[in-house]
Design a protein around this ligand. Structure first.
Ligand code: 5GP
Length: 202
């Protein structure tokens, strides 16, 4: 963690506490600063923290899953001085030899989509950092990892803004040997409260 990591982490937590809106015990809405309206200053702080944390991993590309990971991913890529690649969601399989494709089940929508990556943007020489807004069941992240494996790229780690630690995503990813760095870890959610696992990002 950077010297100011605690402060930066606090900035995200303060935003979550002030503006986050739990619609039930599972889903947190953060439309005011991440998912709909975006807070660029917060994104910059988040990006600096991710860039500092992953600086020794030889990262060549930052990837995210469209669309809510795009803002933090592009800021992080800028900070690391590498390109950012968006894994695209398509409703159904299109036969295309130029694409890697895998099916992912959406946690929030309860639907499935085809995650796609053009073969020309990632290859075996790449060390890739995955950035996403939320980690819940880990379906989006494991889908992204499957695409990266198809491309024979190295997964350098995963940076998450908000981890819902009461859901199984982190355990699944860590079990498969992937480093997960989450800036805010929520251990309990309710319509009138949000509690964090600890004050240190892990
Ligand atoms: P997972 O695949 O880990 O189950 O879910 C991760 C994806 O679902 C994230 O990319 C995010 O877009 C969405 N997601 C999961 N939980 C939440 C939530 O509580 N709030 C919002 N806004 N999105 C979520």
């Amino acid at each position: 963690m950077t010297k100011n990591g605690v402060k930066k982490l606090q900035l995200l937590k303060d935003k979550i506490l002030a503006e986050g809106n739990a619609i039930n015990e599972d889903i947190l809405k953060v439309d005011g600063f991440i998912n709909h309206q975006v807070d660029p200053e917060l994104m910059e702080e988040i990006a600096k923290e991710f860039a500092e944390h992953f600086k020794d991993k030889g990262i060549t590309k930052v990837v995210t899953i469209e669309s809510s990971g795009i803002a933090p991913a592009v800021f992080t890529a800028r900070e690391l001085g590498v390109p950012m690649v968006i894994f695209k969601k398509q409703p159904s399989k299109v036969l295309n030899d130029d694409l890697y494709q895998t099916v992912v089940t959406s946690f929030t929508k309860g639907t499935s989509y085809e995650l796609t990556l053009s073969k020309k943007f990632i290859d075996a020489s790449d060390h890739v950092l995955i950035i996403d807004d939320f980690l819940a069941n880990g379906e989006a992240a494991t889908g992204a990892i499957r695409l990266l494996r198809m491309a024979h790229a190295t997964v350098a780690g995963i940076g998450i803004l908000i981890e819902k630690s009461f859901q199984p995503g982190r355990a699944k990813l860590v079990e498969s040997g992937i480093e997960v760095y989450s800036l805010a870890r929520i251990n309990k959610l309710g319509t009138d409260f949000i509690s964090f696992i600890d004050d240190e990002p892990t």
